[in-house]
Design a protein around this ligand. Sequence first.
Ligand SMILES: [Zn+2]
Ligand SMILES: [Zn+2]
Length: 294
Amino acid sequence: MSTIPSSPSSPATAARYADCHIHSNMSGHAQNSFDEMLAGIAQSGLAAAIFTEHLPLPLAIDPHQEVSMHADDLEPYVETLRTKAEEFDHTCKRGEARPQLIIGGEADWLNRDPQWSAASVKAARAAGVDVVLGSVHMLDDWFHDDPSRLDVWESSDVDEVWEFYFTEWIKAVRSGLYDVMAHPDLPKKFGYLPADPRPYYVAAAEAAAAAGVLCEVSTGGLRKPCRELYPAQDFLELLASQGVRFTLGSDAHSVAEIGYGFDYAALQLRAAGVDVLHIPTGPIHTSPTITLPL
Ligand SMILES: [Zn+2]
Ligand SMILES: [Zn+2]
């Protein structure tokens, strides 16, 4: 196991990578504004970046837009990113380094309302969102990754939660709604681990391979109590052995987190036998991915 990075990013190697998972405070809980994050992306030295704001959730779930953008923000969000992407392209053609900017969004799989999940992705694509990350943050009405809801973890059977999570994760994969599955083993965030996670990894890897969905390697986990990448190295190796393709993402919620820990992630990916990263440019079954050798 390599040493976990202590510095947020590595400017010297940034051009080798694309950050495929970036947020602003448009969804309430990040540290920097949309404009500040776009300026951070422009300065990052990355080859490409996908801005992936949290897509709207039902008002009953997120009444004050603490974890998702307001529905009225979707079209302005896409429009602003489109304008910015064109600006980056122009400056790039003038010889200034600017990452290719791709319009994305992070969508929630809601086990209680899969039809809503589907409608949400359809609305995002209709508005011009090119790449959709799929995430299972919610199990019934519980945000299992919310540090203020550890009480539910404390009163739950950890194996049952993992079983619930991966059952829903596989349904999300098979729904065909998503281009990339974000932070695949998110339930480990606070260190609540089942006795044997491997059966979940095996089932998830088989489902992801069969669906052809990309999986994210997220450095976000390095900054959380679990202190490791999502997915765990064993899970990463299983996904790789099944032929699953990977994106790399920081899940940045501040400018300092853009490109966070990518050199470390590259080492772990190579150790798992992965030698190329993918950048989706649109719906995964109809759009080519850009490849970056590791
Ligand atoms: Zn997420
Ligand atoms: Zn995210």
